[in-house]
Design a protein. Sequence first.
Lengths: 554, 104, 298
Amino acid sequence: MNAPRVWNTLEVNRAERLGRARAVLGNQMQGKALPAARIADLLHAVLECGDRVCLEGNNQKQADFLGQALAQLDPARVNGLHMLQSVLALPEHLDVFDRGVASKLDFSFSGPQAGRVAKLVSAGKLNIGAIHTYLELFSRYFVDLPPRVALIAAEAADRHGNLYTGPNTEDTPAIVEATAFKNGIVIVQVNQIMDTLPRIDVPGDWVDFVVQSPQPYYIEPLFTRDPAQISEIQVLMAMMAIKGIYAEYGVERLNHGIGFDTAAIELLLPTYAESLGLKGKIGRNWALNPHPALIPAIESGFVESVYSFGSELGMENYIRARPDVFAVGPDGSMRSNRALCQAAGHYACDMFIGSTLQIDLQGNSSTATLGRIAGFGGAPNMGADARGRRHASPAWLKAGEEARRGRNTIPRGQKLVVQIVETFREHMQPAFVEKLDAWELAEQANMAIPPVMIYGDDVTHILTEEGIANLLLCRSDEEREQAIRGVAGYTPVGLGRDKRMVEELRGRGIIRRAEDMGIDKRMATRDLLAAKNMKDLVRASGGLYDPPKRFRNW
Amino acid sequence: METLNYRYENGTRTLAKNPQIVGVVGSGNLEVLIESAPLDGACTIEIKTAAVGFGAIWEAVMHDFHERWLLADARISINDMGATPAVVSLRLDQAVQTMLEDAR
Amino acid sequence: MSSYLELSARERLQQLFDPGSFEEFLPPSERVVSPHLAQLNAPVAFDDGVAVGRARLNGEFVYTAAQEGGFMGGAVGEVHGAKLVGLLQRAVLDNAPAVVLLLETGGVRLHEANAGLIAVSEVMRALLDARAAGIPVIVLIGGSNGAFGGMGIVARCANVVVMSEEGRLAMSGPEVIETANGVEEFDARDRALVWRTTGGKHRYLLGDCQMMSADSVAAFRQAALDAIAACAGGPVELTLEALEREQQLLAERLARFGAMADPADIWNSIGMADAQRVSMLDADAFVAAAAAHRLGAP
């Protein structure tokens, strides 16, 4: 006869960990709060080797105090940790592997640390479970990767451990929900401890330990683009996007991938789009971080609503003053939510437009480069057709109709997924290639499949300075390939076009040049931008926008 | 530095008297000097470029430029500092358009 | 409103002066290029980075030069410098009403070594000769590269310096100061500090520039007109009295502010409080606020 199964092992284990913590911290605990100097003792007590630990490296917000403490632990006492992390942004996010405290990683994006990730992987110190998109990673927290311990960051806590996460709420709700409801341990670093919070974003019941960090948690201003850097070519492409796609399909609900190309579009709304009579017809509802470049469009009445994944440093007061537009709580400050905004971008938006590094002959789009394991962030999720979607909109129906015209298939809609890219990048690197670097990276880094950001099947339009290729209207792989070559300009891929076929595709409207869209290239100057520099943005905001230091010369 | 020369014969559009210059020799940019010159109806283009080894691309860009405008008795001189074909075509078109506007 | 900062040198000449009035000396079609850059296998510009000539301002001819900041940072090489010298000498020959120099430059073009150094010193001499001949020299500084190095000195040899707040005027560049004296002394990547130290507003408050302009071609045009009018009817040559007054100003400046670590401390001490607010004032509001406090001759 077998011993009866125990059904509350997690609960029992949690109590053991909390017991060890109490024993080592003793009377230094004030409610849930402990002194910053004792953080290493807490972590040594609460962690067990091989634990799944979720650390807030978000896109913007970083639980840096906790991340540093984790990286400094004694690997003889704590090792083999399995890190679950949205973004690897800071050096300590890799130090934790270098020192042997952690050995496995499931993540989404590593941007600045991508080179080091690759090195640690080849050194055998970092074993990647998988690279995900944000929503995908959060989803796994509820299925097969529940965090045992969560290390998060918040603006403030009260004496009960209730948390205020404010504008930069970001990934916190998803992480805490997954941890707290699987008997995990939630540890939070806060900027301050208050008697009364502006609002409660996380209930104290879900929080185990609170520590006030010596410095406020770090926030990266990732979504700020200085208009002074936008080129005439980018203005031209923005004009084509607005006239050739936004107006054409009536795109009211959308997401912009970050970049100067999309910043140019945002800055052309109050000027060029307005002159085309498009106010109220395009760009009304956004799943978007609070891009400073969107300020003129908001002020001019183009933008009705913006729901955000996170906040953006310097935008806090502007957001407070525009509660009709942003997601602002009863306390007056914004709340963001990466998981919900990713869902919004996937299901409630009719278009994604973003830039990329490489596109192949099938339209597969990749930002993978050799020697760097960067991951994807949210782009694949935003830039994918939402096959589970059922509600219709004019743009969605039109795209779906174009894709299925003349084919014997049941009608459905399709999301517009636009890749906007100049044919040549810096150092005359072509953006269009026969074979993506992703293949070689996959071999180098032992990946099962090449890391592709957006699959060709999902790409509906490719926009370059040479024009727009509408892949929805292509009826064969060959047409698709030539449509891509037709906008690939003077790259080897472009020069290798079948000229007759490209002309025929142009005749059918599959390829459209600027002149075909009635766009006068001479209008494509920086004078068309609603703001030409950071000071213009500040003025447009009525002085409410406060750019981070690195963007100012005052 | 690399010097490239092209000559096209079948042009029809002649230019005004005054030379025009557009662009700046800065990183990723170029200057284009365009002049009317007695060349037996030809259009010549001389390019001095800091980006070496892109002759095939320059040739394709110049060929398309000539097809667009079919200039005759025109001398075009370029100092280039690594501009992409997009910027090169833009400046060339701007140079011709400035010439044509000046003529009116 | 056309931003002066964003325009190229030639666009500034076209838009600042009376339409269509700019006549160029040694135009690009003459192809007077740098012999040194060709030897170094570097790209040349047909005008060696400066356009010189004459143009009308409200109907009156002035002699003018505009440096192209986009070419080698506007730095002065042999040909570039000779064009400036020639312009100043031609202005004297033709008894021009004024010379207006649109400067945007890092100073000497180091690629050309001694030829560049000599060129800049000859520009200084030619400028002072023009003043001695009774021709007022006005300098406009509003480009993104500012006016640095030996050309910063040239600027201060002029009768009137007009700056926008985006413009900068100094001798040593920020990176040079940081390299020579360390980042604690001067952090070249602290852009707010760089502009606080060398930007138009600080220069105006110290008296190194005499007029502020908004960053628009129209505003710079008006400032040039006002500067020429201000010089009319008075001596324009460099006098001993003016030099001694200048030396006195500099001695006082050193005594009063020499120990201060930040320009904001200087502003506070002269009564221009709240550095952040000063930074956000537009040109007119700033000039009004500065009137009671700024140093230097009015």
